[in-house]
Design a binder for this molecule. Structure first.
Ligand SMILES: Nc1ncnc2c1ncn2[C@@H]1O[C@H](COP(=O)(O)OP(=O)(O)OP(=O)(O)O)[C@@H](O)[C@H]1O
Length: 601
């Protein structure tokens, strides 16, 4: 359906069509809104628009909308030429709230279901939810509060002694936040262990398992999970790599797998009616957990079990709506215990150098001047700089392509002689990351630019050439391969094989026959979303021109923190500044108390 058919549909109101034409809401949002409005028998035009905006916001990751900030909802697509969304007839908040209060969308007749919920926050914002998400958020709040009100009883001195043994004094002046995290995990039902890349979260998690086993005795049932299969595999490898701790064998699975999906594909074996058996459930990469997934998990975790949520609240959040980890970190504050649990934020970076860290901090804090200042050192392609900005038009681009060419040639050289270890090491030594899939600064053109610069014919008709970096777009659980995994085509005994990193610590590469793989694309350039959870030597980040709405602070932070040794940003300083300033709006009510506003019965 085109914008034209939106307008000509009989139930169409001009207001909704005007916003759809301007790209603010999509055709799918209009359709869902129409269906909901029809269910309640029709509503005033501004209310119908609000329903459509609520659906749009959900698709953009927010579980609710703030009626005073409707303009901040990310648009469905760029506005057509000549249209300024600021000039649209945005409804005024006060009359809109009045209309909502008495509308059938928030007040269904007897026995009917009202699709929307209307609430006021402690700081006087008015939020509108689709009923399902309101109920999920309320349940998350309720479970966390009940868990916080019932802390585990532990022998404090035994915990302290065990923590001291696991975290020996390293002579640093600062308080040992890893030790604090472990102590907190032992003394609370719910703990958030927050921290950027390389701040020692996994190191701490492994010691938390050892600590809890020490307190509760052997036989502790540990549920280790992560939102995606790839993240679960990485967690498994990282925890089993801690040989000195002699941890019991643990297996990390996806949250979905932990909960046990039932054949109907909608419900799970474990829920409030049939809880998970574990004494401790540890969720890694928890920033990627949506509200719906967190709701299911919290329902299924035994009230007496410890829950430890581990992740980086500043990274990109889940694809689905909700950013529960960031909300918890915000509502509690580091080192504090709130009504929902306790938060410990690790700060000391243990992996990459000072400049990448300082650049990442400046992006996280939204300080565009500091970002540009950090990058000044490497201006005009000072090739050895740890962080640098090169403009697409200057000689710097040649330097960028020289670096990507060295990367591609290193993969190719190792691949030709069947050196899978060398090819995989080369693969992870560099990555080209784009904000967009399409468009001039997207993955598609950059794939060709990088391949062509290295003299490679990346021809889809002959895909299995040695040295081709590949990305999987499907999961094959039986083969242990996950959507998002990357590998390199290598020649083994004259035959092409695809090498993927081994799963366990010390495992050699896995070699897979090309014809057994489904969903394979080249990986000369990938999206920043795809890079989440991985680490590479050097990272080239392509900044899209023209103030793209897709380039956000969280996206830039995620891209920059993938790099261990160096970061090169390619693009214009002004576009970079605009991206640093653009914070993803993830509205939710979890950061505050809520008062229901509807005139229900
Ligand atoms: N207390 C510590 N003493 C010595 N080394 C440490 C300590 N904590 C972490 N490290 C080391 O620092 C590096 C980063 O730690 P770790 O992998 O635990 O961080 P992380 O926060 O889980 O990182 P990411 O999420 O990016 O994978 C690892 O090599 C780890 O062994």
């Amino acid at each position: 359906m085109t914008a034209e058919t939106v307008r000509s549909s009989p139930a169409t109101d001009d207001l909704v069509a005007t916003f759809a034409d301007a790209g603010v809401i999509g055709v799918a949002d209009v359709q869902v809104a129409r269906r909901l409005v029809r269910l309640v028998g029709g509503v005033a035009a501004p209310v119908e628009l609000l329903v459509a905006l609520t659906v749009r916001a959900l698709r953009a990751g927010s579980v609710c909308v703030d009626v005073a900030r409707l303009r901040d909802i990310p648009p469905d697509r760029d506005a057509p030429d000549g249209v300024d969304v600021a000039d649209l007839p945005w409804p005024d908040p006060a009359p809109l709230v009045e209309a909502l209060r008495s509308s059938p969308v928030t007040n269904a007749g007897p026995g009917g279901l009202a699709p929307l919920r209307l609430v006021r926050t402690a700081d006087d914002a008015v939020l509108v939810y689709l009923d399902k998400y309101f109920r999920q958020e309320a349940r998350v709040r309720e479970v966390l509060a009940a868990r916080a009100a019932d802390p585990p009883t532990v022998d404090q001195s035994a915990v302290d002694a065990a923590v001291r043994a696991l975290f020996p004094d390293d002579g640093a002046d600062e308080p040992d936040l890893q030790a604090l995290g472990a102590r907190t995990a032992a003394t609370h039902r719910t703990t958030v262990l927050a921290g950027g890349p390389g701040t020692g979260k996994t190191h701490t998690v492994a010691r938390i398992i050892a600590l809890l086993e020490g307190i509760d005795g052997p036989g502790l049932r540990v549920g280790l999970c992560a939102p995606t299969g790839r993240a679960a595999a990485a967690l498994q490898a990282a925890v089993s790599g801690q040989a000195d701790l002699r941890l019991p064998p643990v297996r990390a699975v996806t949250i979905n797998r932990l909960l046990g999906p039932l054949p109907d594909g909608r419900r799970f074996r474990h829920s409030a009616a049939h809880r998970l058996p574990h004494d401790v459930v540890i969720v890694d990469e928890a920033s990627m957990v949506s509200l719906t997934m967190m709701f299911r998990l919290l329902d299924a975790v035994r009230p007496s079990a410890r829950l430890i949520l581990v992740g980086d609240p500043d990274q990109l959040a889940s694809v689905d709506a909700g950013a529960v980890l960031a909300d918890l970190v915000h509502s509690v504050g580091s080192g504090d215990t709130g009504t929902s649990g306790a938060v410990v934020s690790l700060r000391r970076r243990r992996r990459f150098g000072g400049r990448i860290g300082a650049l990442a901090d400046a992006v996280r804090d939204g300080d565009a001047d500091a970002v540009v200042e950090q990058l000044a050192e490497g201006r005009d392609g000072a090739a050895e700089a740890e962080v640098r900005l090169v403009t697409e038009s200057d000689a710097g681009t040649a330097g960028v392509l020289a670096a990507t060419t060295r990367w591609v040639r290193a993969m190719t050289a190792a691949a030709h002689v069947g050196d899978a270890v060398g090819a995989l090491a080369a693969l992870d030594s560099h990555r080209v990351l784009c904000a967009h899939r399409r468009g001039p600064a997207g993955v598609a053109p950059w794939q060709s630019v990088v391949a062509r610069a290295a003299g490679v014919d990346d021809n889809p008709a002959r895909p299995w050439y040695a040295g081709r970096p590949v990305l999987l777009t499907e999961t094959d659980r039986r083969a242990g391969l996950h959507n998002g995994d990357t590998g390199v085509v290598v020649t083994v005994d004259g035959e092409p094989m695809v090498a993927f990193p081994g799963v366990g610590p010390g495992d050699g590469p896995r070699l897979v026959r090309p014809r057994t793989l489904r969903g394979v694309v080249s990986a000369y350039a990938t999206t920043i979303h795809r890079s989440q959870g991985s680490q590479y030597g050097a990272v080239t980040v392509v900044i899209p021109p023209g103030r793209s709405a897709l380039l956000t602070r969280e996206l830039l932070y995620t891209a920059i923190t993938r790099a261990v040794d160096s970061v090169t940003l390619v693009g214009a300083a002004d576009d970079l500044r605009a991206g640093v300033a653009r914070k993803v709006l993830r509205a939710s009510g979890l950061r505050t108390d809520l008062e229901v506003l509807e005139d229900r019965g």
